[in-house]
Design a protein around this ligand. Structure first.
Ligand SMILES: Nc1ncnc2c1ncn2[C@@H]1O[C@H](COP(=O)(O)OP(=O)(O)OP(=O)(O)O)[C@@H](O)[C@H]1O
Ligand SMILES: [Mg+2]
Length: 227
């Protein structure tokens, strides 16, 4: 479970202070599928970075599965991040001139998993996203939608409990967007918590819950009918 308790994030930009999040309370239950929406600059990515343990609140507490993230040492935090969270980004962030299979394997290299198990699990994750036969392909040989599916396979390969996606369909056409969203819904259906940021109403219709941010505050939080 995710719990933000009065989380404030202040950035110091030269002489100006930017209050990107302002005393935000948010609880996300295991197995939920939440879309975070809001205008540019409203604090969505800031919230995602905190949820992903990539950044810490200036004030307030973030508890992930009961552990107060702010109290963990950097190595424990890195460990928690690698074990519990799979990240998906708008720009796919695949490593160029490196095969799809190798891209998917990399988180397991960092986790110290042996070569054979890495290969097996990477192939399993690629199959999971419908790209079982594209392991040898280089990123530039794949379409945007396929690259994003490789990125999702890479996020899945460590078997995280939570997937965090910042504008995962931001660079995709509507057909690929639908494909990626159906995949995320499917992964959510098998028990993974999914939190995604989106600008697009169409994307938010796949979520079970829509949280709207404005100026670093939650302005609405609605449970919606998942399709
Ligand atoms: N590293 C930083 N240093 C200073 N200010 C920052 C930093 N990161 C974000 N901000 C500011 O914090 C506010 C929230 O930014 P954030 O990136 O969370 O918005 P966002 O909702 O993700 O916007 P977008 O939809 O454009 O991606 C903005 O005013 C932004 O300028
Ligand atoms: Mg953003």
């Amino acid at each position: 479970m995710i719990e933000l308790d009065a989380v404030t994030k202040v950035y110091q930009a030269g002489a100006v202070q930017v209050r990107a999040l302002d005393a935000v309370d948010l609880t996300v239950d295991d197995g939920d599928l939440v879309a975070i929406m809001g205008p540019s600059g409203s604090g969505k990515s800031t919230m995602m970075n905190i949820l992903g343990c990539l950044d810490l609140p200036t004030q307030g507490h973030y508890r992930l599965d009961g552990a107060d993230v702010g109290l963990l040492r950097e190595n424990r935090l890195a460990d928690l991040r690698n074990r519990s969270i799979g990240f998906v980004f708008q720009s796919f962030n695949l490593i160029p001139r490196t095969s799809a299979a190798r891209n998917v394997e990399l988180p397991l290299v960092y986790a110290g998993v042996g070569r054979r198990e890495r290969r097996t699990r990477a192939l399993g994750a690629l199959e999971r996203v419908g790209l079982g036969d594209r392991g040898p392909s280089m990123p530039n040989e794949l379409s945007g939608g396929q690259q994003q599916r490789v990125a999702i396979a890479r996020a899945l390969v460590t078997r995280p409990t939570m997937i965090l996606a910042d504008e995962p369909t931001g660079n995709l056409d509507s057909a690929s967007t639908a494909e990626i969203m159906r995949l995320l819904v499917e992964l959510n259906g098998t028990g993974r918590t999914v939190v995604l940021i989106t600008h697009e109403d169409e994307v938010a219709t796949y979520a079970k819950r829509v949280v709207r941010l404005r100026d670093g505050r939650i302005t609405s939080d609605d449970r919606v009918g998942a399709r």
